[in-house]
Design a protein around this ligand. Structure first.
Ligand code: ADP
Ligand code: MG
Length: 366
């Protein structure tokens, strides 16, 4: 049983450059953890500290219950896959996959068996004698994955492995990756700035911003209950609508509409209302919680239309709504906001406002 843990990991280059602040997390056997966040938020630095390519300023790296913080990269039993593939150009595909194993002193027969096994999921049989230059980007990345897989390490680390591929190929290799890692059980830490990769591949997602973990949860919890405004805005495409609203009499003022705040809130003077474009619908006559506005932009996404709507009674509020492409609308549109789909955030701190009374009690007594 393999596992990985990092405890209070910190990397400081100078008082101004602190790419990783105080990161703690654990990845168990069978888990696929993705670190996702904008460029420069400290993802690669974290991964490089786990790999031993970078020494932490503070904190510990633990692999299989052993503190490896001061163990050389080569002795950590990890395999890393990079965006740049890092293949040996003068070696064939087979030799690229075999070289690490041969260096460990493994005999030819076992090397061959392991490459054969990896190839069952990689599909590189026809390319084993080619050099990397004779392969497409997607095939090269499969070789790099193969080289990691044949080692059967305690932990897999992958840093943006799909970033150099064009959009179509990225989707294919993403699906391959999912199948490959579902078939093996060593913990995986995967780094990406792409929220779709994070959502589709992972059993757990850590959303990072400026060197801090904003939320660490299952993909569905991250999508359905984002812990703060940053996570809400980062995960989900098209992006969640996030509107700064004033409050009056326990209602949020949305142009001409009033959206009741849940009774459990201590009425704040201002609040952030979040709702995803896919959760706004054209209102029917029975709907009570609605908002009207003027459609001023339509983006055709193929299976749906993304409408930008200026809210009536406000000079700046805009909502974006995703409607199925077979649905029609008028320029003056009335949308319904399903209560259970609304996310409320504290305007000052950006934190999610508690969803239930018990939760609020737990938060205040913590
Ligand atoms: P990410 O992978 O999330 O894009 P990185 O971990 O590569 O981000 O970098 C995080 C921050 O640390 C960036 O602001 C980067 O400029 C800074 N950084 C990375 N390496 C060094 C270094 N060797 N010296 C100084 N700053 C660095
Ligand atoms: Mg990076």
């Amino acid at each position: 049983m393999s596992n990985l843990e990092i405890k209070h990991l910190n990397k400081t280059y100078s008082s101004k450059i602190v790419p990783v602040r105080d990161m703690s997390l654990a990845v168990e056997e069978g888990e696929f953890l993705t670190l996702v966040g904008p460029s420069g938020c400290g993802k690669s630095t974290t991964l490089r500290m786990i790999a031993g390519l970078e020494q932490p300023t503070k904190g510990q790296v633990i692999i299989n219950d052993k503190d490896v913080t001061h163990v050389r990269a080569g002795d950590r039993d990890i395999a890393m896959v990079f965006q740049s593939y890092a293949l040996y150009p003068h070696m064939s595909v087979y030799e690229n996959m075999a070289s690490g194993l041969k260096l460990q002193g493994m005999n030819e027969r076992e090397v061959r068996d392991r490459i054969e096994e990896a190839n069952r999921v990689l599909g590189l049989d026809d390319f084993l004698n080619r050099k990397p230059a004779q392969l497409s980007g997607g095939q090269r990345q499969r070789v790099a994955l193969g080289r990691a897989l044949v080692r059967r390490p305690a932990v897999f680390l992958l840093d943006e492995p799909l970033s150099n591929l064009d959009a179509l190929l990225r989707e294919q290799v993403r699906a391959d990756l999912k199948q490959i890692f579902e078939k093996q059980s060593a913990p995986v830490v995967y780094v990406t700035h792409d929220q779709t990769e994070a959502m589709t591949l992972s059993t757990k997602v850590a959303v990072l911003n400026k060197g801090d973990i904003q939320q660490l949860d299952s993909p569905s919890t991250i999508y359905n209950r984002p812990a703060n405004q940053f996570v809400a805005g980062f995960i989900g495409s098209p992006q969640m609508n996030l509107l700064n609203l004033n409050c009056e009499n326990n209602q949020a003022v949305l142009g001409n509409s009033r959206i009741p705040l849940p009774d459990r809130f201590v009425p704040p003077p201002e609040v952030v209302l979040g709702i995803r474009p896919e959760h706004l619908q054209i209102a029917t006559s029975e709907d009570t919680q609605t908002v009207s506005g003027q459609v001023f932009l339509v983006e055709n996404l193929g299976m749906s239309n993304l409408l930008s709507v200026r809210v009536n009674g406000s000079d700046h509020l805009t909502l974006r709504a995703l409607l199925p492409s077979d649905q029609s609308w008028d320029e003056q549109i009335t949308l319904t906001l399903p209560t259970e789909r609304i996310h409320w955030f504290n305007m000052q701190t950006g934190e999610r406002l508690p969803d239930s009374t018990t939760e609020r009690e737990m938060t205040t007594t913590r």
